[in-house]
Design a protein around this ligand. Structure first.
Ligand code: ZN
Length: 359
Protein backbone atom coordinates (compact mmCIF):
# COMPACT_ATOMS: atom_id res chain seq x y z
CA UNK A 1 0.00 0.00 0.00
CA UNK A 2 1.38 3.41 -0.95
CA UNK A 3 2.05 5.96 1.76
CA UNK A 4 -0.60 8.20 0.14
CA UNK A 5 -3.21 5.45 0.54
CA UNK A 6 -2.05 4.89 4.09
CA UNK A 7 -2.56 8.55 4.91
CA UNK A 8 -6.00 8.55 3.26
CA UNK A 9 -7.07 5.50 5.25
CA UNK A 10 -5.80 7.04 8.46
CA UNK A 11 -7.64 10.31 7.77
CA UNK A 12 -10.85 8.37 7.09
CA UNK A 13 -10.65 6.39 10.30
CA UNK A 14 -9.80 9.55 12.27
CA UNK A 15 -12.85 11.27 10.78
CA UNK A 16 -15.03 8.25 11.68
CA UNK A 17 -13.66 8.38 15.21
CA UNK A 18 -14.46 12.10 15.44
CA UNK A 19 -18.00 11.48 14.15
CA UNK A 20 -18.48 8.70 16.69
CA UNK A 21 -17.26 11.00 19.49
CA UNK A 22 -19.58 13.78 18.32
CA UNK A 23 -22.55 11.37 18.45
CA UNK A 24 -21.54 10.19 21.95
CA UNK A 25 -21.17 13.85 23.04
CA UNK A 26 -24.61 14.68 21.67
CA UNK A 27 -26.20 11.66 23.34
CA UNK A 28 -24.49 12.42 26.67
CA UNK A 29 -25.60 16.06 26.44
CA UNK A 30 -29.16 14.92 25.64
CA UNK A 31 -29.20 12.49 28.58
CA UNK A 32 -28.07 15.32 30.89
CA UNK A 33 -30.75 17.57 29.49
CA UNK A 34 -33.46 14.98 30.22
CA UNK A 35 -32.18 14.43 33.76
CA UNK A 36 -31.74 18.16 34.42
CA UNK A 37 -35.20 19.04 33.09
CA UNK A 38 -36.81 16.28 35.15
CA UNK A 39 -35.09 17.41 38.32
CA UNK A 40 -35.66 21.13 37.67
CA UNK A 41 -39.40 20.66 37.03
CA UNK A 42 -40.06 18.44 40.06
CA UNK A 43 -38.00 20.58 42.48
CA UNK A 44 -39.42 23.86 41.19
CA UNK A 45 -43.02 22.63 41.49
CA UNK A 46 -42.33 21.32 44.97
CA UNK A 47 -40.65 24.61 46.11
CA UNK A 48 -43.46 26.73 44.70
CA UNK A 49 -46.20 24.48 46.12
CA UNK A 50 -44.69 24.87 49.62
CA UNK A 51 -44.68 28.66 49.27
CA UNK A 52 -47.29 30.00 51.70
CA UNK A 53 -47.05 33.61 50.52
CA UNK A 54 -47.64 33.37 46.78
CA UNK A 55 -51.24 33.39 45.47
CA UNK A 56 -52.25 30.30 43.48
CA UNK A 57 -52.71 32.23 40.25
CA UNK A 58 -49.10 33.48 40.36
CA UNK A 59 -47.79 30.03 41.30
CA UNK A 60 -49.50 28.57 38.24
CA UNK A 61 -48.00 31.25 36.00
CA UNK A 62 -44.44 30.59 37.22
CA UNK A 63 -44.88 26.83 36.78
CA UNK A 64 -46.29 27.24 33.28
CA UNK A 65 -43.48 29.57 32.20
CA UNK A 66 -40.89 27.13 33.52
CA UNK A 67 -42.51 24.12 31.86
CA UNK A 68 -42.78 25.97 28.56
CA UNK A 69 -39.12 27.12 28.63
CA UNK A 70 -37.85 23.61 29.40
CA UNK A 71 -40.12 21.93 26.83
CA UNK A 72 -39.06 24.49 24.20
CA UNK A 73 -35.34 23.93 24.91
CA UNK A 74 -35.92 20.16 24.79
CA UNK A 75 -37.73 20.43 21.50
CA UNK A 76 -35.13 22.59 19.73
CA UNK A 77 -32.23 20.60 21.17
CA UNK A 78 -30.44 18.39 18.67
CA UNK A 79 -31.37 15.53 19.18
CA UNK A 80 -34.81 16.64 20.35
CA UNK A 81 -36.36 15.75 23.74
CA UNK A 82 -40.16 15.48 24.08
CA UNK A 83 -42.00 16.91 27.14
CA UNK A 84 -43.08 13.41 28.06
CA UNK A 85 -39.46 12.25 28.27
CA UNK A 86 -38.71 14.91 30.87
CA UNK A 87 -41.38 13.45 33.12
CA UNK A 88 -41.53 9.80 32.15
CA UNK A 89 -39.83 8.32 35.22
CA UNK A 90 -42.50 9.43 37.66
CA UNK A 91 -45.86 7.68 37.57
CA UNK A 92 -48.55 9.70 35.85
CA UNK A 93 -46.71 13.00 36.22
CA UNK A 94 -46.90 13.77 32.51
CA UNK A 95 -50.65 13.03 32.48
CA UNK A 96 -51.21 15.21 35.56
CA UNK A 97 -49.19 18.10 34.12
CA UNK A 98 -50.89 17.87 30.72
CA UNK A 99 -54.30 18.06 32.35
CA UNK A 100 -53.45 20.82 34.81
CA UNK A 101 -51.27 22.96 32.52
CA UNK A 102 -52.32 22.28 28.91
CA UNK A 103 -50.95 25.61 27.59
CA UNK A 104 -47.19 24.99 27.94
CA UNK A 105 -47.68 21.36 26.85
CA UNK A 106 -48.94 22.61 23.49
CA UNK A 107 -47.33 26.00 22.98
CA UNK A 108 -43.69 24.83 23.22
CA UNK A 109 -44.18 23.96 19.52
CA UNK A 110 -45.46 27.39 18.49
CA UNK A 111 -44.36 30.00 21.04
CA UNK A 112 -40.94 31.27 22.11
CA UNK A 113 -39.84 31.64 25.75
CA UNK A 114 -38.96 35.11 27.09
CA UNK A 115 -36.45 33.80 29.63
CA UNK A 116 -34.29 30.79 30.34
CA UNK A 117 -35.51 28.36 33.02
CA UNK A 118 -32.90 29.58 35.51
CA UNK A 119 -33.88 33.20 34.95
CA UNK A 120 -37.50 32.25 35.75
CA UNK A 121 -36.30 30.57 38.96
CA UNK A 122 -34.26 33.67 39.85
CA UNK A 123 -37.23 35.97 39.24
CA UNK A 124 -39.39 33.79 41.48
CA UNK A 125 -36.81 33.56 44.28
CA UNK A 126 -35.77 37.23 44.12
CA UNK A 127 -39.22 38.77 43.88
CA UNK A 128 -39.54 39.80 47.54
CA UNK A 129 -35.90 40.45 48.19
CA UNK A 130 -34.93 43.85 46.92
CA UNK A 131 -31.19 44.13 47.41
CA UNK A 132 -30.89 41.27 49.88
CA UNK A 133 -28.22 39.41 47.92
CA UNK A 134 -27.07 37.22 50.81
CA UNK A 135 -30.55 35.89 51.52
CA UNK A 136 -31.17 35.23 47.83
CA UNK A 137 -27.86 33.38 47.37
CA UNK A 138 -28.73 31.21 50.39
CA UNK A 139 -32.04 30.27 48.80
CA UNK A 140 -30.35 29.49 45.49
CA UNK A 141 -27.73 27.29 47.23
CA UNK A 142 -30.54 25.31 48.90
CA UNK A 143 -32.40 24.94 45.61
CA UNK A 144 -29.28 23.99 43.60
CA UNK A 145 -28.30 21.42 46.22
CA UNK A 146 -31.81 19.93 46.17
CA UNK A 147 -31.37 19.27 42.43
CA UNK A 148 -28.54 16.86 43.20
CA UNK A 149 -30.46 14.89 45.80
CA UNK A 150 -32.46 11.88 44.74
CA UNK A 151 -36.12 12.45 45.38
CA UNK A 152 -37.49 9.35 43.70
CA UNK A 153 -36.40 5.75 43.47
CA UNK A 154 -36.30 5.84 39.66
CA UNK A 155 -34.13 8.93 39.58
CA UNK A 156 -30.54 8.73 38.42
CA UNK A 157 -27.91 10.80 40.21
CA UNK A 158 -27.22 14.23 38.73
CA UNK A 159 -23.69 15.59 39.06
CA UNK A 160 -23.27 19.33 39.73
CA UNK A 161 -21.42 19.89 36.44
CA UNK A 162 -24.06 18.06 34.42
CA UNK A 163 -26.96 20.32 35.30
CA UNK A 164 -27.91 21.68 31.87
CA UNK A 165 -29.76 24.79 33.04
CA UNK A 166 -27.21 26.15 35.52
CA UNK A 167 -26.48 29.88 35.33
CA UNK A 168 -22.84 30.40 36.17
CA UNK A 169 -23.28 34.07 37.13
CA UNK A 170 -26.07 35.87 38.96
CA UNK A 171 -25.98 39.67 38.83
CA UNK A 172 -27.82 42.18 40.99
CA UNK A 173 -28.15 45.67 39.50
CA UNK A 174 -29.38 48.55 41.56
CA UNK A 175 -30.45 52.16 41.18
CA UNK A 176 -30.38 54.08 44.43
CA UNK A 177 -30.63 57.87 44.65
CA UNK A 178 -31.87 57.74 48.27
CA UNK A 179 -35.41 58.65 47.13
CA UNK A 180 -35.84 55.72 44.74
CA UNK A 181 -34.22 52.36 45.26
CA UNK A 182 -34.81 49.53 42.80
CA UNK A 183 -32.88 46.25 42.49
CA UNK A 184 -33.19 43.66 39.77
CA UNK A 185 -31.56 40.27 39.25
CA UNK A 186 -30.24 38.66 36.09
CA UNK A 187 -28.82 35.25 35.24
CA UNK A 188 -26.16 34.50 32.67
CA UNK A 189 -27.62 32.57 29.75
CA UNK A 190 -27.74 29.03 30.83
CA UNK A 191 -28.36 26.81 27.85
CA UNK A 192 -25.88 24.06 27.20
CA UNK A 193 -26.03 22.62 23.71
CA UNK A 194 -25.25 23.89 20.27
CA UNK A 195 -27.11 27.01 19.13
CA UNK A 196 -29.29 27.30 22.25
CA UNK A 197 -27.33 30.06 23.94
CA UNK A 198 -27.12 32.04 20.70
CA UNK A 199 -30.82 31.45 20.09
CA UNK A 200 -31.80 32.77 23.54
CA UNK A 201 -29.52 35.82 23.11
CA UNK A 202 -31.18 36.57 19.74
CA UNK A 203 -34.75 36.17 21.09
CA UNK A 204 -33.93 38.35 24.12
CA UNK A 205 -32.25 41.01 21.98
CA UNK A 206 -35.14 41.19 19.52
CA UNK A 207 -38.10 40.94 21.88
CA UNK A 208 -37.30 40.98 25.57
CA UNK A 209 -34.51 43.35 26.59
CA UNK A 210 -34.68 47.12 26.94
CA UNK A 211 -33.86 48.71 23.56
CA UNK A 212 -30.66 50.41 24.81
CA UNK A 213 -29.38 47.08 26.15
CA UNK A 214 -30.19 45.26 22.89
CA UNK A 215 -28.39 48.04 21.03
CA UNK A 216 -25.12 47.77 22.98
CA UNK A 217 -25.24 43.97 22.87
CA UNK A 218 -25.22 44.31 19.06
CA UNK A 219 -22.95 47.34 18.67
CA UNK A 220 -20.65 47.02 21.72
CA UNK A 221 -17.96 45.37 19.59
CA UNK A 222 -17.26 48.69 17.84
CA UNK A 223 -17.10 50.68 21.09
CA UNK A 224 -20.74 51.78 21.50
CA UNK A 225 -21.76 51.92 25.17
CA UNK A 226 -24.29 53.03 27.76
CA UNK A 227 -23.14 55.87 30.01
CA UNK A 228 -25.31 55.65 33.10
CA UNK A 229 -25.89 58.79 35.16
CA UNK A 230 -25.15 58.54 38.86
CA UNK A 231 -26.47 56.01 41.38
CA UNK A 232 -26.10 52.75 39.41
CA UNK A 233 -24.54 49.72 41.13
CA UNK A 234 -23.94 46.10 40.21
CA UNK A 235 -22.82 43.08 42.26
CA UNK A 236 -22.28 39.74 40.58
CA UNK A 237 -21.72 36.23 41.95
CA UNK A 238 -20.16 33.22 40.34
CA UNK A 239 -21.55 29.84 41.35
CA UNK A 240 -19.02 27.16 42.25
CA UNK A 241 -19.47 23.64 43.51
CA UNK A 242 -17.16 22.62 46.33
CA UNK A 243 -16.70 18.86 45.91
CA UNK A 244 -15.22 18.31 49.37
CA UNK A 245 -17.99 20.16 51.14
CA UNK A 246 -20.53 18.87 48.56
CA UNK A 247 -21.96 22.33 48.51
CA UNK A 248 -22.64 25.16 46.10
CA UNK A 249 -21.19 28.56 46.88
CA UNK A 250 -21.70 31.99 45.35
CA UNK A 251 -18.48 33.93 45.12
CA UNK A 252 -18.44 37.68 44.31
CA UNK A 253 -17.08 38.21 40.81
CA UNK A 254 -16.02 41.38 38.98
CA UNK A 255 -17.46 42.23 35.53
CA UNK A 256 -15.97 40.77 32.37
CA UNK A 257 -14.10 43.00 29.90
CA UNK A 258 -17.13 43.45 27.65
CA UNK A 259 -19.58 44.38 30.44
CA UNK A 260 -17.01 46.85 31.75
CA UNK A 261 -16.82 48.42 28.28
CA UNK A 262 -20.57 48.41 27.57
CA UNK A 263 -21.90 49.63 30.93
CA UNK A 264 -20.07 52.78 32.02
CA UNK A 265 -20.27 54.81 35.22
CA UNK A 266 -21.54 51.86 37.24
CA UNK A 267 -20.12 51.07 40.67
CA UNK A 268 -19.28 47.40 40.23
CA UNK A 269 -18.56 45.31 43.30
CA UNK A 270 -16.00 43.74 43.12
CA UNK A 271 -14.44 46.37 40.82
CA UNK A 272 -13.16 45.63 37.32
CA UNK A 273 -9.98 43.61 36.98
CA UNK A 274 -8.06 43.91 33.72
CA UNK A 275 -7.20 40.20 33.82
CA UNK A 276 -10.89 39.24 33.54
CA UNK A 277 -12.23 37.19 30.64
CA UNK A 278 -14.60 38.40 27.90
CA UNK A 279 -17.79 36.45 27.40
CA UNK A 280 -20.03 36.63 24.34
CA UNK A 281 -22.09 39.82 23.95
CA UNK A 282 -25.41 39.33 25.76
CA UNK A 283 -24.28 36.24 27.66
CA UNK A 284 -23.71 37.80 31.08
CA UNK A 285 -26.08 38.12 34.05
CA UNK A 286 -25.29 41.87 34.08
CA UNK A 287 -27.10 42.29 30.76
CA UNK A 288 -30.36 40.77 31.96
CA UNK A 289 -30.26 42.61 35.30
CA UNK A 290 -29.52 46.03 33.70
CA UNK A 291 -32.27 45.44 31.15
CA UNK A 292 -34.81 44.69 33.88
CA UNK A 293 -33.62 47.70 35.87
CA UNK A 294 -34.03 50.11 32.94
CA UNK A 295 -37.49 48.73 32.15
CA UNK A 296 -38.54 49.16 35.79
CA UNK A 297 -37.07 52.68 35.98
CA UNK A 298 -38.80 53.67 32.77
CA UNK A 299 -42.11 52.71 34.35
CA UNK A 300 -41.46 54.67 37.53
CA UNK A 301 -39.53 57.73 36.33
CA UNK A 302 -40.03 60.06 33.42
CA UNK A 303 -36.56 61.49 33.02
CA UNK A 304 -33.41 60.14 31.46
CA UNK A 305 -31.00 58.08 33.50
CA UNK A 306 -28.46 57.20 30.83
CA UNK A 307 -27.09 58.10 27.40
CA UNK A 308 -26.06 55.72 24.65
CA UNK A 309 -22.81 56.85 23.02
CA UNK A 310 -21.53 55.44 19.75
CA UNK A 311 -17.95 54.77 18.68
CA UNK A 312 -17.73 58.29 17.17
CA UNK A 313 -18.56 59.74 20.62
CA UNK A 314 -22.02 60.89 19.46
CA UNK A 315 -24.92 60.67 21.94
CA UNK A 316 -27.80 58.74 20.43
CA UNK A 317 -31.47 59.23 21.16
CA UNK A 318 -34.11 56.48 21.20
CA UNK A 319 -34.90 56.93 17.50
CA UNK A 320 -31.21 56.71 16.47
CA UNK A 321 -30.86 53.50 18.47
CA UNK A 322 -33.92 51.89 16.93
CA UNK A 323 -32.98 53.04 13.46
CA UNK A 324 -29.45 51.55 13.61
CA UNK A 325 -30.70 48.37 15.28
CA UNK A 326 -33.42 47.87 12.66
CA UNK A 327 -31.14 48.63 9.72
CA UNK A 328 -28.09 46.64 10.75
CA UNK A 329 -29.07 43.91 13.19
CA UNK A 330 -32.76 43.07 13.12
CA UNK A 331 -32.75 41.12 9.88
CA UNK A 332 -29.63 38.95 10.36
CA UNK A 333 -30.72 38.12 13.91
CA UNK A 334 -34.28 37.31 12.86
CA UNK A 335 -32.98 35.18 9.97
CA UNK A 336 -30.70 33.29 12.36
CA UNK A 337 -33.58 32.41 14.70
CA UNK A 338 -35.92 31.55 11.81
CA UNK A 339 -33.33 29.21 10.28
CA UNK A 340 -32.75 27.33 13.51
CA UNK A 341 -36.49 27.04 14.18
CA UNK A 342 -37.18 25.85 10.62
CA UNK A 343 -34.43 23.21 10.90
CA UNK A 344 -36.07 21.99 14.12
CA UNK A 345 -39.52 21.99 12.43
CA UNK A 346 -40.92 24.56 14.82
CA UNK A 347 -44.50 25.42 13.87
CA UNK A 348 -44.56 29.21 13.47
CA UNK A 349 -44.97 32.20 11.20
CA UNK A 350 -41.41 33.54 10.63
CA UNK A 351 -42.83 37.06 10.19
CA UNK A 352 -44.91 37.02 13.34
CA UNK A 353 -43.25 35.33 16.30
CA UNK A 354 -45.37 34.63 19.33
CA UNK A 355 -43.90 34.75 22.83
CA UNK A 356 -45.29 32.60 25.59
CA UNK A 357 -47.38 34.33 28.28
CA UNK A 358 -49.66 32.00 30.22
CA UNK A 359 -53.25 33.25 30.39
ZN1 ZN B 1 -19.89 40.27 31.02
Amino acid sequence: MSSQQNNANRNMSEEKERQRNRTIDKEAQRANLVKSGNRFITKFISAISDDQHLPKEQKDKYIQRLLHAIFFIGYVNDPSVSPMEFLSNINNLWEVIKKKYPEPCEKYLTHLPRQTPYSILLEYMGRNMPSNDTELMKKLVTFNTSLLQLGHENQEALMANDFSFAASVIACSKYDDKKTSISTYGASLSCKGKDLRKLMIAISTLHVWHKAISYVVCCGNRGDRIEFYNHFYCNAFNVAYNINAQKYMYIPVSPCKLCHKMYKNVTFCPGFDNKNASWAYGNCGETESFSKLLLRLEDSKNYHLFTVINSKEKSLNGLDIEDTFNKEHKKPMTDYVNNILKQRKFNFDPKDWQLFSPV
